[in-house]
Design a protein around this ligand. Structure first.
Ligand code: ADP
Ligand code: MG
Length: 346
């Protein structure tokens, strides 16, 4: 039946990779094989079919309304996503673009349709896997923090305590002996015990900085930067301005950890000679900015590519904030973090 219709450019239309259709009086008067194929029909089966039959039930009324809006010329053309109904009953997501025109003296809608089910599915899968990745990063952050705190405490309290007892006992031996040979050994032992105590303290401090708990965030950052500069010979500068002292512990920990990871990245990747860390509060937001003068980073908001960047962004996100790492105006990398000072109670 459709073969008799005077479809312009028939060859092109019939071989088109896009679905093409003409609807008149709510009925398909022409479809090419691509369009009918998307819904599982032959062009012959679909020609003469009512428009309602081609879409899922919940979209039928809207589809008919859209058809009449175009036929009446109220809107000359509409592009939208709709869900067609396959011959076998399953939904097919279509991107359609229909315009009104006169066909054999009567108003009609001619349209182009593309099957985007695959894209929609892929987008959904992508969204789900991004979400999973975020959950994983959140879990890793929490687990790591708990583990670090626990190990730091055990190391400090238990191992540190044992070493201190050892040291005291060795001191007692030192006091009781006159034997010069034994005195030498005891002196060596004492030095070793003291070195062990210092090592345990510095490891547990690294794991869970006590200075963060005792002296607060600015002091902890200052200590971390001093250590960083000593180790890497990269000059560092800390600016703390308009800093609201009342920052909750999870926020302090997050900022500290973010700064630690950023400094590690600078040491590892940046080839920088200088780093500037700024900490301030503005409009009830806690801000951290870390700029280096190294080789820079391609503009990016942390995605699934890099676990370090993702984990930093996740720490900020968990507290209702955001974090980006971009190329600085004068080269280098620039990290910007912003976290609201108060919990949001939506
Ligand atoms: N300050 C920086 N300067 C230059 N490149 C950086 C900087 N920070 C991060 N990068 C780049 O971003 C990548 C991802 O960082 P990250 O997620 O921490 O992973 P990792 O440090 O394990 O490589 C790094 O491999 C590096 O190429
Ligand atoms: Mg890293």
């Amino acid at each position: 039946m459709s073969k008799d219709l005077d479809i312009p450019f028939r060859g092109i239309v019939e071989q088109s990779l896009a679905g093409i259709y003409v609807i008149q009086d709510e009925v398909f008067v022409y479809v090419n094989a691509t369009f009918s194929g998307m819904l599982g029909y032959t062009p012959e089966e679909m020609t003469g079919m009512h428009l309602r039959q081609a879409v899922v039930p919940e979209l039928q009324d809207e589809t008919i309304r859209n058809f009449h809006r175009r036929v009446s010329g109220e809107v000359p053309s509409i592009r939208y996503t709709t869900v067609g109904k396959h011959k076998l009953g399953f939904p097919v997501t279509l991107d359609v673009h229909g315009s009104n025109l006169q066909y054999r003296g009567q108003p009609a809608v001619v349209g182009v349709g593309v099957n985007i089910s695959e894209q929609v599915l892929q987008q959904e899968e992508l969204r789900i896997s991004r979400e999973r990745l975020r959950e994983l990063a959140e879990y890793i952050n929490t687990a790591r923090e708990e583990q670090r705190t626990r190990i730091a405490r055990e190391l400090h309290d238990v191992v540190g305590g044992m070493l201190t007892s050892m040291k005291l006992d060795v001191q007692r031996i030192a006091r009781k002996t006159e034997n010069p040979q034994l005195k030498n050994i005891v002196a060596d032992l004492l030095a070793l015990a003291q070195e062990s105590i210092d090592t345990v303290r510095s490891i547990s401090e690294d794991l869970r900085p006590g200075v963060l708990d005792h002296l607060g965030l600015p002091a902890a950052l200052r200590a971390a930067l001093r250590q960083f500069s000593e180790r890497t010979e990269i000059a560092s500068e800390l600016t703390v301005e308009d800093f609201d002292e009342v920052v909750s512990q999870p926020r302090e920990t997050a900022v500290y950890r973010i700064c630690q990871e950023a400094l590690t990245n600078i040491a590892k990747h940046a080839n920088a000679t200088h780093v500037h860390v700024r900490l301030y509060t503005i409009d009830r937001q806690l801000k951290l900015e870390i700029k280096d003068n190294g080789r820079g980073i391609s503009n990016s908001t942390p995605t699934g590519k890099s676990i370090g960047l993702l984990s930093m962004a996740e720490r900020a996100r968990e507290l209702g904030g955001s974090l980006t790492v971009e190329r600085g105006e004068r080269g280098g990398a620039c990290l910007q973090m912003s976290i609201p000072l108060e919990e949001r109670h939506d």
